[in-house]
Design a binder for this molecule. Structure first.
Ligand SMILES: [Zn+2]
Length: 177
């Protein structure tokens, strides 16, 4: 049986507070061995670290601020401190979402650029949220750091996706959900 890893799930959502053990046990019984859990706002950093220490070798953390929350008191020094001490497998969840209800574009771009620099400095991949064609996310990352080759992009695209298949097209490690 192949080893399955859920590379992006928010077991750190407060809605899982009471059920997380049951959810993990059920997933593991179905063959999912481990889970990458990205933080998304300041409040989720600590919960993510606690989950990773409660489920060693099962929950692997990522730390970052999602584009929806970059104007909710984001403190990047604090994010960096979690990245330095929290044994992360990636920086994230980061990204861009220019939908009208989201934070101003300038704040988002600044936040993404800053967190890309963390990934670069710590030699970690990124896990990226993109609500537009994920190729744009690839271009944004490469514009900020042309050498950033270890990037995971989580795409939730409303637009047609390009072919040929992504891995060849992108030249990046890829995560599509
Ligand atoms: Zn996510």
């Amino acid at each position: 049986m192949p080893i399955l890893i859920d590379t992006h799930c928010h077991l750190n959502d407060p809605g899982f507070e009471k059920s997380v053990l049951e959810v993990i046990e059920r997933a593991r019984a179905s063959g999912v061995e481990s889970f990458v859990v990205p933080a998304y706002d300041m409040g989720s950093l600590e919960r993510t670290m606690e989950l990773a220490s409660s489920f060693p070798g099962v929950v692997y953390p990522a730390y970052g601020v999602h584009p929806w929350f970059v104007d909710h008191g984001a403190d990047y020094e604090k994010v960096l401190s979690f990245l330095r001490r929290g044994s992360p497998v990636a920086v994230g969840e980061v990204g861009l979402d220019f939908s009208p209800q989201c934070p101003p574009q300038g704040i988002q771009v600044e936040a993404l650029t800053r967190q890309i620099s963390f990934a670069h400095d710590l030699d970690l991949p990124l896990t990226i949220y993109s609500d537009e064609n994920p190729v744009q996310a690839r271009d944004d990352v490469q514009a900020a750091d042309p050498d950033m080759s270890g990037t995971y992009v989580r795409g939730r695209s409303r637009k047609p996706l390009p072919s040929p298949p992504f891995p060849q097209y992108w030249g990046l490690r890829l995560q599509i959900m």
